[in-house]
Ligand binder design. Structure first.
Ligand code: NAD
Length: 271
């Protein structure tokens, strides 16, 4: 499916005049989301640590939509830098209407082997960053009468996944944070989560390698084991996840608030 071409699912002016900030945008689901939002007409600011990758992405975004795009190099583990950089961004490029909270997942392995300090960096780049960004950005969303906040989390919110206990713990905290805010934020701001299943990005490749090192299973065996759990019998493409995220940012999605939407090919068994 050509989700940025003939099969593009939304109007190319659906988000014209909306400014989106996409975190963790240099690759994977974040980059795909930046592309879909640009195609829908949004002005997109892309954030990650790698400035060169962000500049390249901005060039690509220009070919997709009519918006103005901007790179914001930032380490999401550095709360003070987030405050300074995003306050400057709002002054220079105006209020943000759409915030996509996303960053790299924690390393895998048995939870009991994790030290307390192992929790610090992942909690900083996910929970602390999302909270700081929401505090800085949501007053402007309220002024604009339009806010859409979407977290990219994981299906482990609903069913913890074996051997990635640190990630499971963080994801539960993120989902609970978002649900709590869905009862506090002004009516014009929605907050929702998208829960990726096995998705075709570098993150999944590195998880397969770490399982290979720990268990001796080949990467192919790990992959086959994953696919045996997924009714659609294939990996999800990042643009498919981005399509669900973009849907939640549209004006027409203002009635959807506080939900966690799985894009997992049907792997979750719960109703
Ligand atoms: P990815 O690792 O491919 O991309 C993560 C992005 O976050 C990259 O742009 C990276 O540069 C950026 N990032 C990481 N640390 C950062 C930091 N300190 N500051 C700024 N940017 C930082 O991940 P992905 O596969 O696109 O997944 C996105 C999210 O969804 C992750 O949290 C991941 O764990 C989760 N997830 C992915 C899958 C999957 O199968 N790919 C499944 C479930 C959950």
């Amino acid at each position: 499916m050509d989700l940025l071409g003939n099969d593009y699912p939304y109007s190319t002016s659906a988000l014209t005049g909306k400014h989106a900030l996409v975190c963790g945008a240099s690759k994977g689901i974040g980059a795909a989301t930046a592309k879909m939002l640009a195609k829908a007409g949004a002005d997109v600011t892309v954030c990650a640590r790698n400035e060169e990758a962000l500049n390249q992405l901005c060039q690509e975004l220009k070919t997709l939509g009519s918006g103005n795009h901007h790179a914001l190099p930032l380490d999401l583990e550095d709360t003070e830098s987030i405050r300074t950089a995003v306050t400057d961004l709002l002054q220079q490029r105006g209020n943000v209407h759409i915030l996509i909270n996303n960053a790299g997942g924690p390393p895998g392995g048995p939870l009991l082997a994790n030290t307390v300090s192992d929790f610090e960096a992942p909690f900083k780049r996910h929970l602390h960053a999302a909270h700081t960004l929401t505090q800085i950005i949501s007053p402007g969303m309220e002024q604009e009468g339009y806010g859409r906040i979407v977290q990219i989390i994981s299906t482990s919110v609903k069913e913890p996944i074996p051997n990635i206990g640190l990630s499971n713990t963080l994801r539960g905290a993120m989902a609970s944070w978002a649900k709590s805010l869905s009862r506090e934020l002004p009516p014009c701001i929605t907050i929702n989560n998208v829960l990726p299943g096995f998705t075709n990005t570098e993150r999944l490749g590195s998880l397969a390698s770490s399982i290979n090192q720990r268990t001796g299973k080949t990467v192919e065996e790990v992959h086959d084991g994953w696919m045996s759990q997924v009714p659609i019998e294939r990996l999800i493409e990042p643009l498919e996840t981005a399509s669900a995220i973009t849907f939640l940012t549209l004006p027409a999605s203002g009635g959807i608030r506080g939900v966690s939407l799985a894009v997992d090919g049907g792997r979750l068994r719960g109703i």
